[in-house]
Design a protein around this ligand. Structure first.
Ligand code: 7TS
Length: 407
């Protein structure tokens, strides 16, 4: 089925504006996606009619807000096919989800000489928390290398696994290159050594269908704002038995059963990990974002984005001086590139002058950029509301820019 993209675009007010005198072309979707009107309405609707603190009030508004809040938890459970709602924890974002696990599971179970395995293509948020943990615990951070195409070198990954591997934490889809990693195989391989597996799903959940039971990962993290939802909201999925084995992340209201000055007993999951008043409005609105995705259909979204990827890849490969970075066989709709003899930031600024929004720089993956001997790249990332005619506009703009240095 081909999508009615015009109808989809009509739902996104932000897309209908001019930037620098040209119609906006928004190709920075890997950083954050735009929000449909339904999500914007859900946020203001909550504040207009339902605003109330949750899980504690005896009044109607509190009851309603609690119900809507928990409805989102159930929708997230469906979205990733978790076993139960209580395996879904609301956080501030992917970053906080990773920090939560590193500082609870990691601190409790890691000891001197243990190993944490990550890949060379991780986002900084899946490097630094583990680095901090390893430093504290005198554990060792091991890195799975990446080949020239931007793919994990699987043989090297297998060689790095041992009984010392306590955690494998890996990016499902690379934000900088678009590579889809073979996580199903990686999870199975790590499990043979008894390691726990954390999946950074910040880029995969918006493009691929995720089934945590089938994947058998112990944890999955992602951010609502990359899924047409609000900023400042993340998800941590964890298997019940693993979450139950972990100490709390923060102390405060909501996460307790009983408090006395002598001893506090903790609440059951997921509340044990949700201290304080959460981001109620955005959690409620996130269900609307998941409804938006469900109504279009994940596979329809993927087909459309794959088509855009094929179209842009073949158009741009014709441009003299165009150097793609990351050409994995299995990719989502992200194209990272450089223009010979030009700084990526300059290319980004020139594209912005024609209304085209792309990201430039290291994409919070400095070690990956070092691997390729680059300071950074220009990154275009496509979403469900993008069109071939927008790609044509970028083809024209990049061709002109490239000519400055590539006659
Ligand atoms: N992991 C991956 C793979 C990401 O792409 C990002 C954000 C994060 C973690 C952190 O997510 P947050 O919501 O907690 O910030 N990636 C990007 C990007 O590629 N450009 O801007 C943000």
């Amino acid at each position: 089925m081909s999508l009615n993209v015009d109808k989809i675009r009509d739902q996104f007010p932000v897309l209908h504006q001019e930037v620098n005198g040209r119609p906006l072309v928004y190709f920075d979707n890997a950083a954050t996606t735009q929000k449909p009107q339904s999500v914007i309405d859900a946020i203001s609707g909550y504040y207009k009619l339902d605003n109330s603190n949750i899980h504690r009030g005896a009044h109607t508004l509190a009851d309603r807000a609690t119900r809507y809040f928990e409805d989102t938890r159930a929708a997230v459970k469906e979205f990733i096919n978790a076993r139960e709602d209580s395996e879904i924890i609301f956080t501030k974002g992917t970053t906080e989800s990773i920090n939560l696990v590193a500082s609870t599971y990691g601190r409790k179970f890691l000891t001197k000489g243990d190993e944490v395995l990550i890949s060379a293509m991780e986002h900084h948020s899946n490097i630094v928390p583990w680095q901090m943990l390893c430093e504290e615990k005198e554990a060792v951070l091991k890195i799975i290398p990446v080949n020239d195409q931007g793919e994990i070198i699987y043989d090297e990954f297998e060689k790095l696994l041992s009984e010392k591997t306590k955690i494998l934490s890996v990016i499902h889809v690379s934000n900088a290159l678009g590579t889809i990693n073979p996580v199903r195989e990686m999870i199975q391989a790590a499990k043979k050594w008894g390691a726990k597996v954390f999946l950074d799903g910040a880029q995969s959940t918006s493009h691929l269908t995720i089934d945590v039971q089938e994947l058998d990962c112990d944890f999955l993290a992602f951010s609502a704002h990359k899924l047409y939802g609000p900023t400042g909201l993340g998800i941590l999925y964890g298997k019940r038995e693993v979450l139950e084995s972990m100490p709390p992340y923060q102390g405060g209201g909501e996460m307790i059963k009983e408090v006395s000055f002598e001893k506090t007993t903790y609440n059951d999951i997921p509340f044990k990990f949700e201290a304080g008043t959460p981001n109620i409005a955005d959690v409620i609105a996130f269900k609307t974002a998941l409804d938006f995705i469900r109504e279009i259909g994940k596979s329809n979204i993927k087909n459309h984005e794959d088509e855009l990827l094929r179209y842009a890849s073949s158009s741009w490969s014709e441009i003299k001086g165009f150097i793609p970075v990351g050409i994995a066989k299995d990719k989502i709709s992200v194209i990272s590139f450089n223009i010979r003899e030009m700084h990526p930031f300059d290319v980004g600024v020139m594209l912005d002058a024609t209304g085209i929004a792309v990201r430039t720089g290291h994409h919070c993956t400095q070690p990956l950029m070092q691997r390729f001997g680059l300071e950074g790249t220009v990154r275009a990332s496509f979403s469900v509301y993008n069109t071939k005619s927008e790609i044509d506009q970028m083809t024209e703009a990049v061709s002109k820019i490239a000519k400055i240095k590539n006659k």
